[in-house]
Write a protein that binds this ligand. Structure first.
Ligand code: SAM
Length: 234
C-alpha cells in the first residue's frame, strides 16, 4: 500500500474538489503529486529520519556548498525546513525563496519563518512554470521532490525551467530517495523500484537541457539518498 493508495497524496483532479478551508490561497494546477497534510508531513520526516531531520537539512545545505550572499530557490519546498537551513548558510546578504503547489505546506513554512524571524520568501508555485525571471538564482535545490513529478515529460519541463532561472554558472542540486535499494523510505513508498533513483535518468535529462558538470549517485548525506547535480554553463 502506498501513500497514494492510502489517500495521503492528492492528485490535481482531487485537489479541485478539495479546497482547503483553513487557508484561502488557491492551489496552482499541476500534474505533480501535491501533499496537503503539512503537520503530519513534519512528523513523518522526523520518524523516517529517526529524529535527525534537522541534521539532514544541514547536511543537504553543506552538500550544496552554499556561500554567504547566494541567491537560492528551493523548488517543492514543502514545510520549508531546507529553505530555512539554506538561509542560515547564505546569511543576511543572501536571499532564499521556497515554492510549492500546496497552500498548506506554504502556510506552515511561512509560520516557521515568522516564528524564527527569518527572512525567507515562501510562495505557492510549480516547478514546471516558475514565476521568476531568467538568469536569477545562484543555486536551485530540490529535496525529495522529483519523485512527485509523474512522467519524464513533466520532469524535463520542470528541469528546463530550473535551467532558465539559474544564472550562467549557477548550480542545481536535487536529492531524493535512493529507490535502488530497500530502506525505510522506500518501504513507506511501496518498495524500492517504485520510482527511478535520480542517478538513472536525470543525468541524461539535464544534459539534454544544457546542464554541464553533471554528477549523480548515492548522496554523501546517507546511503538511502540519491542526488543529481549540474551547472548552467557560465
Ligand atoms: C516529499 S515532499 C518534499 C518537501 C520538501 N522539499 C522536503 O524536503 O521535505 C514533495 C513536495 O513536492 C511538492 N510538489 C508536487 N508537485 C510539485 C510541482 N509540480 N512543483 C513543485 N513542487 C511540487 C509537494 O507538494 C510536496 O510538498
Amino acid at each position: 500500500m502506498t501513500w497514494q493508495g492510502l489517500g495521503f497524496i492528492k492528485t490535481n483532479k482531487k485537489m479541485h474538489h478539495n479546497h482547503s478551508h483553513d487557508y484561502n490561497e488557491q492551489a496552482p494546477i499541476t500534474r505533480g503529486e501535491t501533499i496537503r497534510w503539512a503537520t503530519f508531513y513534519d512528523l513523518l520526516v522526523k520518524f523516517v529520519t529517526l529524529g535527525k531531520d534537522q541534521a539532514l537539512r544541514r547536511k543537504t545545505v553543506d552538500f550544496a556548498q552554499l556561500k554567504p550572499g547566494d541567491h537560492v530557490l528551493d523548488v517543492g519546498c514543502g514545510t520549508g525546513d531546507l529553505a530555512l537551513a539554506a538561509k542560515t548558510a547564505v546569511g543576511a546578504s543572501g536571499t532564499v525563496y521556497g515554492i510549492d503547489p500546496s497552500p498548506e505546506m506554504i502556510a506552515r513554512a511561512r509560520r516557521k519563518a515568522d516564528l524564527n524571524a527569518m527572512d525567507v520568501q515562501f510562495q505557492t508555485g510549480v516547478i514546471e512554470k516558475l514565476a521568476f525571471p531568467d538568469n536569477e538564482f545562484d543555486v536551485v535545490l530540490s529535496s525529495f521532490m522529483i519523485h512527485h513529478l509523474p512522467g519524464d515529460d513533466l520532469k524535463a519541463q520542470g528541469l528546463a525551467e530550473v535551467f532558465r532561472i539559474l544564472r550562467p554558472g549557477g548550480r542545481f542540486l536535487a536529492i531524493d530517495i535512493n529507490f535502488k535499494r530497500q530502506n525505510l523510505l522506500t518501504l513507506i513508498h511501496g518498495g524500492a523500484a517504485q520510482s527511478d533513483p535520480l542517478q538513472d535518468k536525470i543525468p541524461a535529462v539535464i544534459s539534454e537541457i544544457g546542464f554541464t558538470n553533471i554528477n549523480a549517485g548515492i548522496a554523501k548525506i546517507g546511503r538511502q539518498y540519491s542526488y543529481a547535480s549540474g551547472n548552467k554553463p557560465a
